[in-house]
Design a binder for this molecule. Sequence first.
Ligand SMILES: [Mg+2]
Length: 188
Amino acid sequence: MKRIIGVDIDAVLTDEGRGRENIWYKNLCAYFNLDGRITNAYDFRDAYGLTTEEVETFIGERGLEIFKTVPPRPKCKEVLTRLKSKGYQIILVTARPEENNQVTLEWLNKHQIPFDKLYHSDEKITICKAEGIELFIDDNPEHLIPMMEVLNIPVFLMNMDHNQDHKLTFNRVNNWTDIEAEILKYFE
Ligand SMILES: [Mg+2]
């Protein structure tokens, strides 16, 4: 094994917060004057009863500021730094649009999060195949399902409010201490 790991950014590297303290929850409720979310769906449209256009307008107006100010999860820098020093390759794969590349790179640099490559892609399985990624961590079950079913690689779902109701069972992780333990268990 070459020790190549795939890591999502939002809700995996970023610390969005839980419940009413979630950064997206707070901003969406304030922007649209909502009392809360309707469902625990991942997609903002289903979760908050919004149209595609409303979500796009919101992301256009508030997205950049959220991407800039969201803090990193505790210990993600330390764990990734340790893994890199052991020779692991860290491939970041985000579904954020390519136009957010600059703000994403600046955020990674500001928080000194080590990585080897950064891809913007909605088709994360394609990147996994191209890069030979052997294990993936994401908070969106829909990205992980094809990796499990087609590539048969170990995947870990970051436990979040927005993935609690998913019908499939996943190996869940809650923080970077969990992630480091799972990675070391698999590779070492
Ligand atoms: Mg994510």
